[in-house]
Design a protein around this ligand. Structure first.
Ligand SMILES: O=C(O)CCC(=O)C(=O)O
Ligand SMILES: [Fe+2]
Length: 187
């Protein structure tokens, strides 16, 4: 329990650091993510000879701002979709963490960041374990800061809370980023 608490605290801090640096890369400074929360999921895949070649996790985007993934060091299978729509395998690199951006990053950045689609394929009949830590918003509404909105970059999405958005993804079963388009401001 102590180890998990330490891990959680460190990852939460790292997630907020990375988010702040991403904001800085857009020329913004400020405490945008200070109150944002982190959620963890330990994924265990019981891959068998029958599941080889099939999907362990279907194609999806993560709903939060960013995900820090501690992937299984021995068992590959993660694939991300590149901008041309081609799956690219992300082979495990021991001792590293992987970061990918989710739907909130696209909304918050007014479309500048991309919510990357990914899936997990079963490559071999073995147990695969990964730890995904998601940086999610606080209770407040997520909206692009005014600096990212101008006449050339009109506001793309209505402000929404993460809770509201999570429910939308669940009820519509749109897991690959399409739910965000339901929040798009019609022009
Ligand atoms: O297990 C993995 O490598 C990825 C898991 C994942 O995409 C997720 O938990 O959202
Ligand atoms: Fe994911």
């Amino acid at each position: 329990r102590e180890v998990i608490e330490m891990y959680a605290k460190a990852i939460h801090g790292a997630a907020k650091d990375v988010a702040r640096k991403l904001a800085e890369s857009l020329g913004l400074s400020g405490d945008f993510f200070e109150s944002w929360v982190c959620q963890f999921r330990i994924n265990k895949y019981n891959f068998t000879p029958e599941t080889v070649g099939s999907s362990g996790v279907q194609i999806h985007t993560d709903s939060g701002f960013l995900t820090i993934l501690q992937d299984d060091e021995n068992v590959g299978g993660l694939e991300v979709m590149n901008p041309s729509g081609v799956y690219v395998a992300v082979d495990p690199v021991p001792g590293t963490l992987l970061i990918n951006l989710g739907d909130l990053a696209k909304a918050w950045s007014n479309g500048r960041f991309r919510n990357v689609q990914h899936r997990v394929q079963c490559k071999e009949a073995t147990i695969r374990i990964s730890i995904a830590s998601f940086l999610l918003a606080s209770n407040e509404e997520v909206e692009a800061p005014p600096e990212l909105v101008d006449s050339e970059h009109p506001r793309l999405y209505v402000p929404f809370t993460y809770e509201d958005y999570r429910k939308l993804r669940l009820t519509t079963k749109l897991q690959a980023g399409e739910a965000l388009e339901l929040k798009r401001i019609k022009s």
